[in-house]
Each structure stands twice: as structure tokens, then as C-alpha cells.
Design a protein around this ligand. Structure first.
Ligand SMILES: [Mg+2]
Length: 209
């Protein structure tokens, strides 16, 4: 007597229907790799970023967040080395939930306009090991995702880019990648097309793992 069909009762010997390639339904691929911005996205670093400028006599209201560090130093008339020397790489903390989110990621990457010296020092201090970490020295001008995709060896639809600024959104749009906004940063401002995450661990739900 045959038992009931169900889990543990595989149907053997049934022919598989042959479906021509042209008629196969293409299921949109969920991204598998997270690419993250650093400052304002993973790190609650506003005060650390501002501190060297303040120490060098720049008014707080003059300082912008997001542009490449060399561009901002040039705009404010500060020597890049003076700024980098004044940056405290021991001060910055991750946003709540970021460490747990990163622990849940497999292969991930970092794409940042930060100077590589403090950026890599912070990665080392926090014990974070992205497969690819590109800082401002990897780009000719503001950061972009093309070099990150090339270094990872993946296509744009395979990644989701997590960021906190309009330029981060533009980076994703330029290559056709999904953008997720770090909604836990009170400075982050959403556009209609954004996937807005309330908590870092929400990112894990968007990835195919
Ligand atoms: Mg940022």
C-alpha cells in the first residue's frame, strides 16, 4: 500500500516537462552581496568627522557630510594631512544593530569617500573584514560602484548598496543597483524610490542567502 504523499515521499519517475528557454519565466534575482557606505551608514561618525575641522578653526555650519575628504578640505582651505592627523580613529562607534547585521552577512564590501588611513584603522579596530574595501583613493573624484563591482567580480543586480546620502543613491542608480537608505541616521532623507530600512538588521531580509 502506498503511503500518503507529502514531505519524505518523493515522487519518482515522473517526466519533467520540457520548457523552451524562450518561454521560461525569469524570476528577478534577489541581491546576494551587501555593499555599504561607512560614515553615517555603519558608523555614527558625525562628531568624529567634524572634530578635526573645528580644531583647525572651521565653523560647524560650514562643514558638509558625504563629499570626498580631499574635496571638503580643499573647499574649506585645510591641508588634507592636517585633517587626517587630527581625526581620532578610536572614537567612533557603530550605529546600534550594525555589528549584528554585519555578523549576519556573508561576503560584503565597503565603498566610502573616507581617507583610507583612518578608514582602514577603524576597520581593523572594529574587526570588520569586508571582501572589498574601497576608499577615496580608489576613485577619480567622488566614489562610484563600478570599481567595487569589478573588484568583487559581480554584476550590479547582485548587490544592494546601503548608504545615507543622495550621492549614495546616485551611485546605485548609475550602475542599476538596488539602493537601501540607512533610516537609522537622522540626517538621511528618503526619496520615493528608496528602500528605507529602520534597523540595520532589516538589510538581511533583502538578501538571498
Ligand atoms: Mg555616508
Amino acid at each position: 500500500m502506498r503511503g500518503p504523499l507529502g514531505s519524505g515521499s518523493p515522487q519518482r519517475g515522473l517526466p519533467r516537462p520540457l520548457v523552451p528557454v524562450s518561454r521560461r519565466v525569469v524570476v528577478p534575482q534577489r541581491p546576494t552581496i551587501a555593499v555599504c557606505d561607512l560614515d553615517g551608514t555603519l558608523l555614527d561618525s558625525d562628531e568624529a568627522l567634524v572634530a578635526p575641522f573645528l580644531a583647525l578653526g572651521i565653523a560647524r555650519a560650514e562643514i558638509r557630510f558625504g563629499p570626498p575628504v580631499a574635496e571638503e578640505c580643499a573647499r574649506l582651505g585645510i591641508a588634507l594631512d592636517d585633517y587626517v592627523d587630527g581625526y581620532d580613529t578610536e572614537a567612533v562607534k557603530p550605529f546600534p544593530g550594525v555589528e549584528a547585521m554585519l555578523a549576519g552577512l556573508g561576503r560584503w564590501a565597503l565603498c566610502s569617500n573616507k581617507h583610507p588611513r583612518p578608514g582602514r584603522a577603524e576597520l581593523a579596530r572594529l574587526g570588520w573584514s569586508p571582501a572589498v574595501a574601497l576608499f577615496t583613493d580608489a576613485f577619480d573624484g567622488p566614489k562610484s560602484l563600478g570599481p567595487v563591482l569589478a573588484a568583487l567580480g559581480v554584476e550590479a543586480e547582485e548587490i544592494i548598496f546601503l548608504g545615507d546620502t543622495a550621492h549614495d543613491r546616485t551611485c546605485a542608480e548609475e550602475v542599476g543597483a538596488t539602493f537601501a537608505l540607512a533610516g537609522w541616521n537622522p540626517r538621511a532623507s528618503a526619496s520615493e524610490s528608496d528602500v528605507v530600512l529602520e534597523h540595520p538588521e532589516d538589510l538581511l531580509e533583502l538578501l538571498e542567502r
